[in-house]
Design a protein around this ligand. Structure first.
Ligand SMILES: NC(=O)c1ccc[n+]([C@@H]2O[C@H](COP(=O)([O-])OP(=O)(O)OC[C@H]3O[C@@H](n4cnc5c(N)ncnc54)[C@H](OP(=O)(O)O)[C@@H]3O)[C@@H](O)[C@H]2O)c1
Length: 264
């Protein structure tokens, strides 16, 4: 399969590192003009420079904006009024005992993980439908379908994204725009290294810590290792392509078989 996204503009939210950076690289390698985003101008510019070095000839647009704020969202929409591919990747996570999660915590998680994606979909979907082509994706998580006891606020926001995705897919029906969510499993990112060390012995070297984490906290993984960000990006790039024209309203798993279920 040859994936050609030349002539398309893509936005990947929260893409200065981790899964977002891998998705941005994958889309750029397929020929798309890619907007990378984070809160800090220096970090966002550095991420854009890395992408240009990794993908020769890539057309990268750095946009520093805090998308959890109205001001940041307005700045982004001024800088980038239209996109063909919207990847709602931005998400925060962290552990907290269920009974200690405050109203402010719940609000913050829904604001960052759900409402940023809803706002951007509302802003960009009409342009896509009027042009007759577009791709919208939400990066969900295994936590969407197996609520983790140690972070029910996070899991619940990811469950919400599956409904948001299905709902906007219906809003785009018959237009040439597809809307899907990708259920990412435990992935080897910087954020996850911190998370792993919250749950296993901090003195273990990374390889052992990773294995202990999978054994003790993710025992159903069929992969028996963390997923690499590029493995998530491969699915996202495919779904962003014209080849995936008949896949919409779906929730696709890249979880290493971690979720012990046949569907979705
Ligand atoms: N890692 C996993 O194992 C895993 C598993 C399943 C699903 N996921 C999901 O995959 C997505 C990416 O996860 P990740 O682990 O790659 O994330 P990460 O390494 O923590 O990176 C988060 C990114 O978001 C940016 N960011 C944070 N707050 C922002 C805001 N308010 N406005 C704009 N940008 C902001 C950060 O940039 P700055 O710091 O520069 O602002 C950074 O680029 C998330 O939705 C996560 O829930 C991750």
């Amino acid at each position: 399969m040859r994936i050609d996204l030349s002539g398309r503009t893509a936005l990947v939210t929260g893409s200065t590192q981790g899964i977002g950076a891998a998705i941005a690289a994958g889309l750029a390698a397929a020929g798309a003009r890619v907007a990378v985003n984070g809160r800090d101008p220096g970090k966002t510019g550095a991420a854009a420079d890395r992408l240009r070095a990794d993908v020769p000839g890539a057309d990268i647009v750095p946009i520093a904006a805090d998308l959890a704020t109205d001001q940041g969202t307005s700045a982004l929409l001024d800088a980038l009024p239209d996109v063909d591919v919207l990847i709602n990747n931005l998400g925060i996570f962290g552990t907290k005992p269920a009974l200690d999660i405050t109203d402010d915590d719940w609000r913050r998680y829904f604001e960052v993980n759900v409402l940023t994606a809803v706002r951007l979909t509302r802003a960009y979907l009409p342009g896509m439908t009027s042009r007759g082509w577009g791709r919208v994706q939400y990066i969900a998580s295994d936590s969407a379908i197996a609520t983790p006891a140690e972070m029910i606020h996070y899991g619940t926001t990811k469950t919400a994204l599956l409904g948001v995705s299905r709902g906007f897919a219906k809003a785009a029906s018959g237009t040439g725009v597809t809307v899907n969510s990708v259920i990412a499993g435990p992935t080897h990112t910087g954020g996850v290294e911190d998370f792993v060390y919250e749950l296993v012995d901090k003195d273990l070297p990374w390889e052992e810590a990773q294995r202990a984490f999978m054994r003790e906290h993710r025992p159903t993984s069929l992969l028996e290792r963390l997923i690499e960000p590029e493995e998530i990006a491969n699915m996202v790039v495919y779904l962003s392509s014209p080849l995936a024209s008949a896949t919409t309203g779906g929730a696709l798993r890249v979880d290493g078989g971690y979720t012990d279920a046949i569907l979705p």
